[in-house]
Design a protein around this ligand. Structure first.
Ligand code: PHE
Length: 445
């Protein structure tokens, strides 16, 4: 168990179901672009490690399984880290050709204005039945292309320079023909382009007052997920940068086979609702979604057109540093966190694609290093709640003789709702320092 009660307290909030909440409005806007897809918005966040990882083909040593990254309730039960945890069950129920799942998800992570340990994702999938196509005397690809024609057309510039599949970088699954994957990919890309263009046009009209604003640009890039192949991310050119908005791909066939629907094939995507809502409304800090302050909540309405969030006065920030020595045996590489491996590293071939060489069994899970940056983040959350805006590593130092490592974190204290007093921040910082020593066994400098 590594789940603090402050995290469990978020479970009943269900912000994606709260009337007039920006996450609900964003969810509904996305849902409106997937007519006929069945929406599941009520799935409970406590799942098994089988649902969250194994059913999706995560290898046993995947970093996502580490206690530093995931909230465990016991050895085999976690707070879901993504809505994909429900893919297998939803495919098994087989209630609709397309589905959408919106839900709260939980990850131990950095503290800053765009990361919060609880956030919301939307997952979607569309599958077709191969045997049904055959009964109709058509090829599967033909049936899918007919459905591609039903998707609304757009005239936004899309960069998509890569081939649909690439033997090394983005392989076809052995269970799919290249023709089928062309059709599935076209349906995936056109459906998701339609959705993203709708959202970003709404965001543009809410943010650009002038008509001569830059036209929308989007691009597809190759990606990797343990549960799709080939896989892509969709990026949008937004205020000068390419921004990743979703992950997607052709569903790994073993997931469908194990869910007792071996005749179905299709695609899936997942996205973060906060990130999209922040752009739609120009919301500057992810903590605001949890605010019960009327000055925040009163600005959003399901029936009014989307307009820019007007930040109420920005209260002063106050930063304080904390420096400490890591316990004796920590090497130079001990600090995990930001620079560490991404959530979905291209670590393995998808489990089904018959590899030409024998893949050795995955190495046993590495022993968890005793210091991980996410533990500092967790303690800061526990002590400060929403009064901490960000926590950053500002200095690292290794003693030339003893080899001991010292780190310095800068904690930025700021309330979104009021001015903090000096005493208050001093007290928070003292408690933080004490807990760092107690929990992590570090030595303050
Ligand atoms: N679950 C993935 C994530 O959290 C997103 C994803 C969903 C990617 C479905 C592909 C298909 O990053």
């Amino acid at each position: 168990m590594n789940t603090p009660s402050t995290i469990l307290d978020a479970i009943p909030r269900r912000l994606h179901l709260q009337p007039d909440h920006p996450l609900l409005i964003t969810r509904k806007l996305i849902e409106s672009r997937f007519p006929g897809y069945k929406a599941h918005n009520d799935l409970f966040p406590i799942v098994t490690t089988v649902q969250n990882f194994d059913s999706l083909g995560f290898p046993p040593d995947h970093v996502g399984r580490n206690r530093t990254d995931t909230y465990y309730l016991n050895k085999s039960t976690v707070l879901r880290t993504h809505t994909s945890a429900h893919q297998a069950d939803t495919f098994r129920k087989n209630e609709s050709e397309g589905y959408l799942i919106s839900a709260d998800v939980y990850r131990r992570d950095a503290i800053d204005r765009s990361h919060y340990p609880v956030f919301h994702q939307m997952e979607g999938a569309r599958t077709w039945d191969r045997s049904q196509a055959e009964k109709e005397g058509k090829s599967l690809a033909q049936v899918i292309w007919e459905d591609v024609d039903k998707i609304p057309k757009h005239n936004v510039e899309v960069e998509d320079p890569n081939p649909t599949n690439h033997p090394e970088r983005n392989p076809l699954q052995s269970t799919h023909s290249a023709e089928e994957v062309e059709a599935i990919a076209a349906h995936l890309k056109r459906s998701l382009e339609d959705m993203v263009i709708t959202i970003f046009n709404a965001a543009k009209s809410a943010t650009d007052s002038t008509a001569d604003a830059e036209p929308l640009k989007i691009r597809w890039v190759e990606a990797y997920f343990p549960f799709t192949s080939p896989s892509w991310e969709l990026e949008v050119f937004w205020q000068g940068d390419w921004l990743e908005v979703l992950g997607s791909g052709v569903v790994s066939q073993p997931i469908l086979n194990n869910a007792s629907v071996p005749n179905r094939v299709g695609w899936a995507f997942g996205l973060g609702l906060e990130r999209i809502a922040m752009l739609l409304y120009s919301i500057p800090d992810i903590r605001l979604f949890w605010s019960k302050d009327k000055r925040f909540l009163s600005q959003f309405s399901e029936t009014a057109p989307i307009k820019r969030f007007v930040a109420f006065s920005k209260y002063p920030a106050c930063f304080k540093d904390v420096s400490f020595w890591l316990s004796k045996n920590e090497g130079a590489s001990a600090a995990g966190g930001k620079g560490a491996a991404p959530i979905h590293p291209p670590a393995t071939t998808p489990s089904d694609s018959a590899p030409s060489t024998i893949v050795p069994p995955a190495a046993p899970a590495p022993t968890t290093p005793s210091f991980h940056e996410n533990d500092v983040m967790e303690i800061a959350r526990e002590v400060c709640g929403d009064l901490v805006e960000d926590v950053r590593l500002v200095d690292e130092f290794q003693h030339p003789k003893t080899g001991r490592k010292s780190v310095c974190y800068r904690v930025n204290y700021r309330s979104l709702e009021r001015t903090l007093t000096n005493e208050e921040t001093n007290e928070l910082h003292e408690r933080l320092r004490t807990l760092l020593v107690e929990r992590l066994g570090v030595e303050l400098r």
